[in-house]
Design a protein around this ligand. Structure first.
Ligand SMILES: C[S@@+](CC[C@H](N)C(=O)[O-])C[C@H]1O[C@@H](n2cnc3c(N)ncnc32)[C@H](O)[C@@H]1O
Length: 332
């Protein structure tokens, strides 16, 4: 695409104007055709930079990268919802203000059709910290600090945020995605592959302890990060929610508990019905049946949740109010 052509900015976004006569042929702004997405593929390369991909609509807000569309990827009002098959956003999300991460992913989710794929590449804060610890050479640290904060050569080239696996799961869950894979790249980046689902569909078994922590997209609140073989309910109320896609009218649910701090009073509600009330003190499981109404919401009420530091303040600084260590929830 030729450079140096005028740019048209409208409420629907910004478009490179190929035909100068549109501006100079005496036409008014309202005569000018807006961006016609139908002329481009159903795949988006957001914040494309110089990485212009064939078979994609390449979008960047910096004109000098010569994208197909000059636009802010946080808005994209000129593009249709539920239409795109794939979105690639490599090294982009960290260039957008931290407070917008959620709304931007929600917007990208709107653009994708159900089943559409999302490929993200973002910096991993923890891996960068590990690398910094490993080698004390200041030149190496200089490079890593650049990875953390961006090259800072131009507007849009600054990093405003960073990522961890739990954050990726959390943001993508909120935006209606299921995380299918998170890989490390070059020791400091995450490559994330996710699929748009209309809402979170529960797997047959939620496992709290795996590398991928596959329960996390279903945790609404009050469950801590995974530890070795379990996850703690954290606080006096915890909630897990997901859409159920089973055919049967009712679902048998078994919750396996590995441990508690002392004896814990517990009440479990499933879709607002009390399904268990009692006291737990160590390895145990509870089984109940609930009516399948298209979604499953499991709430744990734990009035006496204790922090490890309440039990032994001298040896334990853990202030989280933990009650039950859950290893898995099975749906049958
Ligand atoms: C580090 S580059 C990545 C380029 C490319 N994706 C790649 O993998 O090589 C980040 C790009 O995102 C663009 N960018 C940052 N914020 C943007 C925004 N809000 N809207 C559109 N583009 C943005 C920048 O102009 C830049 O080209």
């Amino acid at each position: 695409m030729a450079s140096g052509l005028p740019i048209l900015t409208t409420e629907f976004g910004t478009k490179r104007i190929e035909d100068k006569s549109l501006f100079f042929g005496g036409r008014t702004l309202s005569d000018v055709k807006f961006f016609d997405y139908r002329e481009y593929p159903k795949k988006l390369n957001l914040g494309c930079g110089f990485d212009i991909k064939d078979g994609y609509l390449n979008i960047d807000f910096q004109d000098y990268h010569q994208p197909d569309l000059v636009a802010d990827v946080t808005e994209l009002k000129m593009l249709p919802n539920n239409y795109y098959e794939e979105i690639v956003a490599q090294d982009v999300l960290e260039h957008i203000e931290r407070e917008k991460t959620e709304s931007v992913l929600i917007r990208w989710g709107e653009l994708l059709r159900v089943g559409g794929k999302l490929y993200l590449r973002v910096p991993s804060i923890i891996d960068l910290a590990e690398l910094l610890k490993k080698n004390q050479d200041p030149m190496f640290h200089k490079e890593l600090v650049q990875c953390l904060f961006g090259t800072q050569h131009y507007t849009g080239d600054y990093h405003y945020t960073g990522f961890t696996k739990p954050l990726i799961h959390y943001y993508l869950y909120l935006a209606g995605f299921q995380v299918l894979d998170i890989k490390n790249k070059d020791e400091w980046l995450f490559e994330v592959f996710a699929k748009k689902i209309s809402s979170a569909v529960l797997p047959k078994k939620l496992v709290f302890s795996t590398e991928n922590y596959n329960a996390s997209p279903f945790i609404v609140y009050g469950v801590s990060f995974p530890e070795k073989g379990f996850s703690w309910t954290d606080g006096v109320e915890s909630c897990i929610f997901g859409t159920s896609d089973f055919d049967q009218k009712s679902i048998k649910i078994t919750i396996s508990i590995l441990a508690t701090f002392e004896k814990q009073k517990i009440k479990v509600l499933c879709n607002d019905n009390e399904v268990y009330s009692g006291i737990m003190d160590k390895q145990s499981s509870i089984t109940f049946t609930c009516k399948n109404i298209g979604h499953i919401e499991i709430k744990f009420l734990l009035p006496d949740a204790l922090a490890p530091c309440d039990l032994s303040p001298s040896i334990n600084a853990d202030k989280r109010k933990l009650a039950l260590a859950i290893s898995e929830i099975l749906f049958q």
